[in-house]
Ligand binder design. Structure first.
Ligand code: ADP
Length: 397
């Protein structure tokens, strides 16, 4: 053999070895890819078929792949679903919304999920939460859907809504009942009251001491009942005779309350001061009542020579916090919650006059304006009543 021929054979051998090496490398890469593909297929199968979320792929409106959980939710066998039009499972009234959502998804608008009803094979209507995303299946556009059965949650929500409605309804009925009772009882009470007062005046000298005492008890009882009914009427009017909310200057509200409390302030020598007070959307008449009740209590529950009362307001994370601070008798912390209940009093009539409705009225007014009311009790050092009103003002009902 010629030298040149030997060299050629060597070159060809080298080339063949190189190509063999390249092939070997490619095979290794392919093997790795195959393992990865198997792994991801396994993962896909696991996700699709064992996921607690119902998954499916729909192409051209027909089911192509369905997961076990999806089949379980809709009550069909997986085979029965293959090739079935997906929309037939959707409750007729919800089909348009589902279609619109699919169009949005195809336009590339992101879907945060939607709720709709489906009809199962056993004709049971279920609520589901569904999210859809575009995917490519066998080289063509398709939809990957995830579905969760939320029937129990929906039923619980419905029950809650119904109960809230019923409670609201019976609250309205109760309010109307309280209003009618307190309003209609005033007339016969006026009669009892005026005739017992007439008895007291006309027969004062003509009867014995015991009879005079009895008449005085009756007059006193009728008067107390009048005050009670008036307070009950004021309380029920908060719910039945509401005024629309409008911008209200709390400084003006304070001044109006002070005018209404003029006599009590003069008699007690109270000094009532205030800081800057804002303007917020509110029911002005009710706010005057609120300030009047709180400042009135601060004057009443005071054993000092002269009551010192200070009203202030500051904004804190979206709400105005108002405070009414006094130097009065203070409140035992264990009663701090209960004093806002209807007719709840901590003292006898002989100690301090009142019906126990004042703070219940305050609470109702504050809550109607979207806020809370509470007291910071300091027995022996006075009390500070706080209430909040959202910065945006109350929500007009
Ligand atoms: P009333 O003033 O008619 O008793 P309220 O509902 O206004 O009813 O108040 C309930 C109770 O809370 C009062 O009886 C009193 O014991 C207590 N209270 C209210 N305001 C104060 C206050 N500023 N200082 C001390 N105790 C108070």
């Amino acid at each position: 053999m010629q030298k040149a021929e030997v060299e050629n054979i060597d070159k060809t051998k080298e080339q063949l070895l190189d190509e063999l090496e390249t092939l070997r490398q490619r095979i290794t890469v392919l093997e790795v890819l195959e393992t990865e593909l198997e792994n991801s297929n396994e993962l896909f199968r696991m996700l699709f078929f064992s996921s607690p979320i119902g998954m499916y792929i729909v192409q051209d409106g027909y089911f192509q792949i369905v997961g076990h959980q999806f089949a379980r939710i809709v009550g069909y066998d997986e085979d029965e679903l293959m090739g079935k039009p997906s929309l037939t499972l959707v409750f007729p009234e919800d089909r348009n919304a589902v279609r619109e959502n699919a169009v949005k998804m195809l336009k590339g608008e992101s879907s945060s999920g939607y709720e709709c009803r489906i009809i199962t094979k056993g004709a049971v209507i279920k609520w589901v939460m569904e999210t859809v995303a575009p995917v490519s299946y066998q080289g063509r556009r398709a939809t990957l859907g995830n579905l969760m059965d939320i029937t129990e949650r929906k039923q619980a929500e419905e029950t809650l809504k119904r109960m809230v409605g019923e409670i609201g309804h019976s609250n309205v009925e109760l309010e109307q009942f309280a209003y009618v009772v307190s309003h209609d009882l005033q007339e016969p009470l006026r009669m009892v009251s005026s005739y017992t007062q007439l008895l007291a005046r006309r027969y004062h000298d003509k009867l014995d001491t015991a009879a005079n005492d009895f008449i005085n008890y009756a007059v006193d009882g009728a008067e107390r009942m009048r005050v009670l009914l008036n307070d009950m009427l004021a309380y029920s009017r908060l719910g039945t005779q509401k005024k629309p909310f409008k911008p209200t200057n709390y400084g003006d509200v304070f001044n109006q309350a002070m005018t209404n409390l003029k006599i009590a302030i003069e008699e007690s020598g109270a000094l009532v001061t205030h800081d800057y007070l804002p303007t917020l959307i509110a029911d002005e008449g009710q706010l005057v009542q609120l300030f009047q009740n709180l400042i009135g209590n601060a004057i009443k529950f005071c054993n000092q020579e002269s009551p010192r009362i200070h009203v202030s307001a500051e904004t804190k994370s979206g709400v105005w916090v108002f405070s009414v601070r006094d130097n009065g008798i203070g409140i035992d912390p264990q009663h701090a919650q209960r004093i806002f209940e209807i007719f709840k009093r901590l003292h006898t009539r002989e100690e301090y006059s009142g019906t126990g409705m004042g703070l219940a009225i305050c609470r109702k007014i504050v809550e109607r304006h979207g806020g809370h009311i509470w007291v910071h009790p300091q027995p022996g050092e006075g009390s500070t009543f706080y209430f909040t009103i959202p910065v945006t003002g109350g929500k007009s009902p």
